[in-house]
Design a protein around this ligand. Structure first.
Ligand SMILES: Nc1nc2c(ncn2[C@@H]2O[C@H](COP(=O)(O)OP(=O)(O)O)[C@@H](O)[C@H]2O)c(=O)[nH]1
Ligand SMILES: [Mg+2]
Length: 650
């Protein structure tokens, strides 16, 4: 369990921790000299039986609230220290408000310096504290009268912390590993060490992690968990990690960065949140207010965008978008605090609802509905509601990332609900069964509409179908749906044309007569059909007339215009496509270069370039740094559905 102190300066936090742990957490020379905590201090006590308490001592002075905020993020338990002789003071109130806005609901009050106060004074302050806590999440927190000086009452408090910690040790270590870095330094012989509270998940020695938001890969060489050498570090512990990395040096790491396991690395500069304005504020929070955001151990300047109402009154909550001046690591249900522009007041606290928000359309009804779905407590409810809103499909990888779900956790979640999943191009898209059925039915009816509107053509090209279908999904999903329909014989394919299986468009008698003359010249051409111009000369035809005829034949699916100057038969196109496919399959990195394709096909340099560009457009291939790779099997784009072989035609 991690405990953080809180409370006004000089109320005895640091001395109390010393009485509890034996450690003086004021370690900086300036802190010793001034007798004042400036930065965070840390101490641990071993409870035996493998349990230990980790303490974060925070500065109480209002000048160092920023450090206090870094210290209380990710803690399990707050120890609010209030001096009996002084009673609640300004930073008592501010720290309490911060804990409340951060959702810290476990804690205790140490009524300190009781050696300096009369019994009447102690009673009076106790009542004041009870009133103060009433409206906060710490309403039921016990109050322990103590003296850090005489150690009176310290054992009672310690026993309470121990009991609470024992009850809590089974903290849920779900999610990907995330540690909020609050210190970094080097140790001779070991190298770089970072310390912080673990928000979620666990890691072990030897694991690879990423420094967020920089995106630097690191490896864990050793771990101290709660100040003890350990093989693992997990949620609910303070950890020190000795890390190395080829691109890592100390200057690249700051307080506020995160160390996370790979899929939790998702820097963001704009997120949506449910924000509660501090009840102690005098004015409502307005649109585009400048503020300081504190999340984890990070602090960044930002603007606050109202999403529902024009402003949010003190003590009230509302949806906002936070636009940051710099990217940070932030994921769903992370808590944060906003302080005013001059960093003097705590103005609000919030919970992240969507870490990856759009700049446009951020307040439209669809988006607000989306945020209500994202704002569900249970990931399952959130997923089901998002699917209901996503008739164009939901990017499941992004969903898992936003919710910080591990691969295993998202897999279990997907098994527990009814969902249609389409894996395409490295992305997994999720559809509700209703939306998927509606979409695939719409594809069929759109093809049928095409047939009645353009009976002289065999059907739409895939991209034409994509344009006409009123539900726009990513092109890869359109392709997938077409492929499923073809397998089920609900649609058919002729080259790049999609059609209803029973639809057979026929050329006019004149076109058929011309086809009989022209087609021999387009076949058996060693994959180099003649140029349109040369064909026209050969048949002493007007180029434009011939062009129109060839275009009509292409609309019937009897030809494919693969380059600006040549038409290929579907059979030749498939042969050319399969050549590309074989080259890719045979190569080690599953890609091929134009030179290799030219040599294999023998179509010459210029035609090679034109054909490969056509394949890119048709979705067969994709250009990458190492060459072209195959996106979709050649047969799935260029084959002629078996139900209607074109042998009779060609
Ligand atoms: N008499 C008395 N003095 C205390 C007690 N706790 C702290 N002090 C003194 O109050 C001053 C501030 O204490 P410190 O622990 O640094 O307060 P912090 O700012 O809340 O961390 C120091 O001079 C302490 O010696 C206590 O229980 N009794
Ligand atoms: Mg102190």
């Amino acid at each position: 369990m991690i405990v953080a102190t809180a409370g006004h300066v000089d109320h005895g936090k640091t001395l109390l921790l010393k009485a509890l742990t034996g450690v003086d957490t004021d370690r900086l020379p300036e802190e010793k000299q001034r007798g004042l905590s400036i930065d965070l201090g840390f101490a641990y006590t071993d409870l035996g039986d493998g349990c230990s308490l980790g303490f974060v001592d925070v500065p109480g002075h209002e000048k160092f609230i920023r450090n206090m905020l870094a210290g209380v993020a990710g803690i399990d338990f707050a120890l609010l220290v209030i001096a009996a002789d002084d009673g609640p003071m300004p930073q008592t109130l501010e720290h309490l408000a911060i804990l409340d806005l951060l959702g810290v609901s476990r804690g205790a009050v140490a009524l300190s310096k009781i050696d300096k106060a009369s019994p009447e004074q102690i009673d009076k302050v106790t009542r004041e504290i009870e009133v103060l806590l009433q409206s906060s999440q710490l309403a039921n927190a016990p109050i322990y009268p103590v003296s850090g000086l005489s150690r009176l009452g310290v054992n009672n408090l310690r026993n309470h912390l121990e009991t609470t910690s024992r009850k809590m040790t089974q903290k849920d270590a779900g999610g990907n590993f995330r540690l909020a870095i609050d210190r970094r330094f080097t140790v001779p012989g070991a190298g770089i060490i970072v310390t912080g509270s673990v928000f979620s998940g666990s890691t072990r020695v030897g694991n690879s992690l990423v420094l967020t938001p920089q995106g630097i890969d690191v490896r864990v060489r050793s771990i101290h968990a709660q100040n003890q050498p350990s093989e693992t570090g997990s949620a609910g512990q303070r950890c020190a990690l000795n890390i190395t990395g080829a691109d890592l040096d100390l200057a690249k790491i700051s307080r506020g960065d995160w160390l996370v396991s790979g899929s939790a690395h998702a820097p963001t500069q704009r997120f949506d949140a449910l924000l509660k304005v501090n009840a102690n504020e005098n004015h409502a929070l307005k649109h585009w207010t400048s503020a300081h955001l504190h999340l984890g151990a990070a602090s960044v300047t930002c603007r606050v965008v109202m999403l529902e109402d024009k402003s949010i009154a003190p003590g009230h909550s509302g949806l906002v978008q936070v636009v940051l001046d710099q990217p940070i690591g932030a994921l769903c249900v992370d808590r944060f605090i906003l302080r005013d522009q001059s960093a003097q007041r705590t103005i609000a606290g919030g919970t992240i609802v969507d870490p990856f928000s759009p700049a446009r359309g951020r307040a439209i009804p669809n988006r607000i509905a989306w945020l209500h779905a994202m704002g569900q407590k249970a990931t399952e409810d959130s997923l089901v509601q998002l699917l209901a809103l996503s008739h164009r499909g939901l990017d499941l990888g992004r969903f898992a990332q936003a919710w910080n779900l591990t691969k295993e956790e998202i897999a279990v979640l997907l098994k527990s609900i009814l969902i249609k999943i389409v894996h395409m191009d490295g992305t997994s898209w999720g559809f509700s069964i209703e939306h998927w059925d509606a979409y695939t039915q719409l594809l069929i009816s759109t093809v049928k509409d095409w047939h009645s509107e353009f009976p002289e053509t065999q059907g739409p090209q895939e991209y034409q179908l994509g344009r006409r279908v009123t539900t726009k999904v990513p092109f890869v999903i359109l392709r997938y749906a077409i492929r499923e329909h073809i397998k089920a014989c609900k649609l058919a394919r002729r080259g790049t044309i999609v059609h209803a299986p029973e639809h057979q468009a026929q050329p006019s008698a004149d076109d058929l007569a011309l086809w009989k003359r022209v087609s021999p010249l387009l076949q058996n051409t060693n994959l180099r059909p003649p140029l349109i111009n040369d064909l026209a000369t050969k048949f002493t035809m007007n180029v434009e007339e011939l062009g129109k005829f060839l275009h009509r034949m292409a609309q019937l699916g009897w030809l494919i215009k693969a380059t600006p100057t040549r038409y290929f038969t579907p059979a030749a196109t498939l042969i050319l496509a399969e050549m590309a496919e074989n080259l890719a399959i045979q190569s080690e990195c599953k890609t091929f270069k134009p030179g290799a394709y030219r040599d294999k096909s023998g179509v010459g340099r210029n035609l090679t370039i034109e054909i490969l560009e056509f394949f890119d457009k048709a979705g067969l291939t994709q250009r990458t740094k190492s060459g072209r790779r195959i996106l979709t099997p050649a047969k799935e784009i260029f084959a002629i559905s078996e139900a209607i072989t074109a042998k009779s035609i060609l």
